[in-house]
Design a protein around this ligand. Structure first.
Ligand code: PGA
Length: 251
């Protein structure tokens, strides 16, 4: 039985004051015991969030890490070893905003995945197709290739200590959500691709759905057999809404 995970991606949002308010709001939420909850603040606020939520059982992750795990001369980047030292448990890799807006390649995504694992962090690998790719009937091909590049480089066992998030690009921040059936189809394909190499790894890995998840659609999405929780952007900036999504994963 896979334990659901609900992860809040705060993206490039927050000031010290608004983060303090969000921490306060999250502290007041009743979080279901059977659900793992994680938040991904900007690097600048990781320590503030760790201090504020340390005793709440919420894991903290970063939104990115450098391709090399060790500290070094690389202006503006943050190493996975530094994230681990700060108290992070997870790191997002391959978010579509980084792939598409910052030109991050599958090779870089794979290196970041490996860097995270080498420091004991759990990588949360994001995959997903654009609207043009979906309309061209290429969804499974695109998602399959993104996943394959990591499997081929690092081996299937790398997924024994990782999480996958399927995030259709057209559903991110758009208010459009994949229907539970549309999402399930891709989630099942992701799991089948992993199962082709290890049934055990495929059965244990959590595959989250992301893209305009909110309290109103979470239960339906999380009710699908291969959807093991959500990666939540906009709605994770509202503590009550995020709390409700976490509770939907527990029901
Ligand atoms: P959204 O973002 O929930 O605002 O659509 C999800 C994500 O990009 O992780």
């Amino acid at each position: 039985m896979r334990r659901p995970l609900v992860a809040g991606n705060w993206k490039m949002h927050g000031t010290r004051a608004s983060v303090a308010e969000l921490i306060n709001g999250l502290r007041q939420q009743v979080l279901p015991a059977g659900v793992e909850v994680a938040v991904f603040p900007s690097c600048l606020h990781v320590v503030q969030v760790l201090d504020g939520l340390a005793d709440k059982g919420v894991a903290i992750g970063a939104q990115n890490c450098a391709v090399d795990p060790a500290q070094g001369a690389l202006t503006g980047e943050v190493a996975a070893s530094q994230l681990q030292d700060a108290g992070c448990a997870l790191v997002l890799v391959g978010h579509s905003e980084r792939r598409l807006l910052l030109g991050e390649t599958d090779v870089e995504v794979t290196r970041k995945f490996a860097a995270a694992q080498s420091c004991g962090l759990t990588p949360l690998l994001c995959v997903g197709e654009t609207l043009v790719q979906r309309e061209a009937g290429k969804t499974l091909e695109v998602v399959g290739a993104q996943l394959a590049s990591v499997i081929e480089a690092l081996g299937i066992e790398a997924f024994a200590r990782a999480v996958v998030a399927y995030e259709p690009v057209w559903a991110i921040g758009s208010g459009l959500t994949a229907s539970p059936e549309q999402a399930q189809l891709v989630h099942a394909a992701i799991r089948a691709q992993l199962a082709a190499q290890s049934a055990e790894v495929a059965c244990a890995v959590r595959v989250l759905y992301g893209g305009s998840v909110k309290a109103a659609n979470a239960a339906e999405l999380f009710g699908m057999p291969d959807i093991d929780g959500g990666l939540v952007g906009g709605a994770s900036l509202n503590a009550d809404e995020f709390g409700a999504i976490c509770r939907a994963a527990g029901s």
